[in-house]
Design a binder for this molecule. Structure first.
Ligand code: BGC
Length: 721
């Protein structure tokens, strides 16, 4: 029996609701008292961030950080954690420095702290905004219990560049999905109260457009039009700021010839003046000194002055502020007011985090023990990891039956280490209970000679993340050759992929009977893979980034333009096409299969102002409802991500052929139908018009709704301003 229910669409409605206004930084009277007592050196000291010797994520510039803390020359520390260790360092700051100002402790808590969740690219493939928020909240709770108050996350860098290793750390190619995720992560980390002992300050990074390095090589030059930057790259950073993030990290790249660390247009015009950001801006590691190598500053002293004058408040690791800023102030190249403003922002944040009330509030070993790697955290990590997996192909071999013999092969099958991915926080291999092989062995006999094979291949985790660009996006040949041999032997092969970037799977997609994209699924990832393979969980992930047929198609993304010569006629020569591959990707953005099937009705439009032969029209501040009925036509429950794309047919600047504008995750039982409703308003249709104002234009639009960006159900409507 079919049931019909109506859903009011929450996520598409987000675009039509007023946006949150960002968080104001309260000015604390104790900060003003401190400022009166501080020397210039001590103010500069609050603008300095060094690593401890606990763990290092880049070249160390300076040892002896405890002496710097004592002398008031360093007010912030990264890579120091555990309640005991941070308590001791905090004691030095509070008891042995002249003014006793507490240290702010930061760390890269990127996809979990001790309980590790899937890498961020994987998380985004869940399209489950609530689950992503919850993962950030758990990460914050574990990190805050280990003495930390500040995470260098969310990473909001949109990327269409699979060669770039850091595409694994972001939410993929789409600004709409990326914005929802960025905001959710900020909410998860910061909660409602920064001063509570289970929240941490978020840091929006890397500002800006770090995800678009030329040729995919990390740290490389970025150049794009202001329009493209604003429409496709800036929205997730802005969403994170609007959600209340109170720190931002500059990016290593230059943009339009100006390194981000001295880019006034980014930091002052856009971030502070347009977006009203009141928090502080930190450098990315030695980003200040790197401006010498960029060829933008003659020396490190000038680089520091350029960056602080452009808007940077805190220097991570360059030691430029520590060594030269006082001199630059004395020479009048940097005003004392600028230093005061930066110091005040940082101190006000320390006050907001509760550190001026109780510097030791985050350093409680008992809480650290109680709140870390709890059974609840691990249970959530397991179910969330399963949700992030994308079934790319299935000829019916999956799900496997429990009890049937399978062989589990491949270099990643028995690796606990690779499950954690890069930027694994304080996650440890010893905390991973099972590799994929271990987990499968718990549900079925595994035998090397079985006809059905689960082949776990991909990239070792160290091939992704920072400084891990590749010039090939193929799986290494020694791994693909295992698949070829198995197929030669006539065996049925389920490929489980662990990787952190879109790969060229053209060969594997021909050979394999099924492909499950598992990303690096985290602490409980071995079990989560088994849960999906054996059908305890019906896969529901959808790609948040396009998978090309080969590297030659890159960049390839779903919001491409039409061109003046779109490829329409099969044999046409002078149309925009390749001679050797189709234009379409191997797996489109939004693609992902399930063990059940979903059918979409035609789209109906309602609620506009008038209807004519050319379709429904809505006007001005009005709204239009687009509805489809989705039916689960298979025999098991499944979750579908219903996606809505819009095309603006004629604009004062050309518009993408499709652009994601809304989605909804729905779970349907066998035979169940549900009506899904999207609200379209003027914000849904807005873009940077030719004069760079943000808003819609009157005209004709197409709307597409379906289970992937290449869906075919469509309708047309008109909008009049
Ligand atoms: C990375 C940042 C990170 C920082 C601190 C840098 O190398 O680019 O993403 O937050 O190190 O570890």
């Amino acid at each position: 029996m079919k049931k019909l229910l109506t859903v009011i669409l929450a996520l598409a409605a987000v675009a039509c609701a007023p946006k949150p206004a960002g968080k104001f930084l309260q000015s604390d009277p104790r900060v003003e008292e401190l400022m009166k007592q501080m020397t210039l050196e001590e103010k500069i000291g609050q603008m300095v961030l060094f690593t401890s010797d606990w763990s290092v994520t880049g070249p160390t510039m300076r040892q002896g950080y405890l002496d710097d803390i004592r002398a008031g020359r360093c007010g912030n520390l990264l890579n120091a954690y555990t309640a005991d260790f941070t308590r001791e360092v905090q004691r030095v700051a509070v008891e042995e420095s002249r003014l006793g100002i507490p240290i702010l402790f930061g760390y890269d808590v990127i996809h979990g702290f001790r309980t590790i969740f899937p890498i961020n690219l994987g998380m985004s493939a869940s399209w489950d905004i609530q689950a992503i928020e919850k993962s950030a909240q758990i990460a914050a709770e574990e990190a805050a219990a280990a003495g930390l108050q500040w995470t260098y996350s969310p990473m909001c860098d949109i990327s269409v560049e699979p060669r770039w290793g850091r595409i694994s750390e972001g939410s993929g190619e789409d600004p709409y999905l990326g914005s929802l995720i960025a905001a959710a992560m900020v909410r998860g980390y910061q909660g409602d109260d920064l001063s509570s002992d289970n929240t941490v300050l978020a840091c929006v990074k890397h500002f800006a457009a770090y995800g678009a390095p030329q040729a995919g090589r990390d740290y490389n030059t970025v150049d794009m039009s202001e329009r493209w930057l604003r429409e496709f790259y800036l929205p997730p950073y802005k969403a994170a700021v609007d959600a209340g993030a109170l720190s931002v990290m500059a990016s290593f790249n230059e943009l339009d010839g100006v390194p981000a660390h001295a880019n006034k247009h980014l930091m002052q015009d856009i971030l502070r003046d347009e977006w009203g950001f009141e928090g502080f801006i930190v450098t990315d590691y030695t980003g200040i000194n790197e401006m010498v190598m960029h060829g933008y500053a003659a020396n490190e002293a000038d680089a520091g002055a350029l960056s602080v004058n452009a808007g940077v408040d805190m220097d991570m690791m360059s030691a430029s502020f520590m060594n030269y800023l006082k001199e630059k102030v004395e020479k009048g190249e940097v005003s004392e007011k600028t230093v005061d403003a930066a110091c005040r922002r940082i101190l006000n944040l320390k006050a907001a985090l509760g550190l001026l009330d109780d510097p030791y509030k985050y350093c409680d070993p008992q809480r650290e023990k109680d709140r870390t790697l709890t059974p609840e955290n691990k249970a959530f990590a397991r179910s969330f990891a399963a949700e992030t997996m994308v079934l790319l192909k299935n000829n019916g071999i999956l799900p496997l039956a429990k009890g049937e013999k399978v062989a589990v092969l491949g270099p990643l099958a028995d690796s606990k280490d690779d499950l954690l991915g890069s930027w694994r926080g304080a996650g440890e291999v010893q905390s991973v209970p099972a590799s994929v092989l271990d987990a499968i062995k718990e549900v079925t006999p595994v035998s090397a000679g079985a006809n059905k094979v689960v082949l776990v291949i991909g990239e070792p985790w160290s091939w992704t993340g920072e400084a891990a660009s590749r010039s090939s996006i193929r799986i290494p040949e020694d791994q693909v050759s295992i698949l070829k041999q198995l197929k030669k032997q006539g065996r049925k092969v389920v490929v489980v992929l662990m990787n952190g970037r879109p790969l060229d799977l053209s060969e594997e997609s021909e050979l394999a009977d099924a492909i499950l994209e598992a990303w690096y699924p985290g602490t409980m990832g071995g079990y989560a893979v088994a849960d999906v393979l054996f059908g305890d969980v019906n896969p529901c992930g959808k790609l948040s980034v396009t998978f090309p047929r080969n590297l030659g198609q890159v960049p390839i993304y779903h919001y491409a333009k039409n061109t003046g010569r779109p490829y329409i006629h099969p044999d046409a020569k002078y149309e925009s096409r390749y001679l050797d591959v189709p234009n379409e990707p191997l797996y489109a953005f939004g693609h992902g299969l399930s063990y059940t099937t979903f059918e979409y009705s035609d789209i109906t439009l309602e609620g506009g102002d008038s209807r004519s032969e050319s379709g429904m029209t809505f006007r001005g501040e009005g709204t239009l409802k687009a509805k489809v009925t989705v039916t689960n036509t298979g025999d098991r429950e499944g979750t579908e991500v219903v996606q809505m794309y819009i095309r603006d047919l004629v604009g004062s600047v050309t518009r993408p052929v499709r652009q994601l504008k809304g989605f909804e995750r729905i779970t349907l039982g066998p035979g169940e139908s549900r009506e899904v409703e999207f609200t379209i308003c003027k914000e849904t249709l807005s873009f940077y018009r030719q004069d760079m104002t943000w808003g819609p234009e009157s005209g004709d639009f197409n709307i597409f709704i379906g289970g992937a960006s290449d869906c075919t159900k469509n309708a047309s409507f008109k909008y009049e301003i």
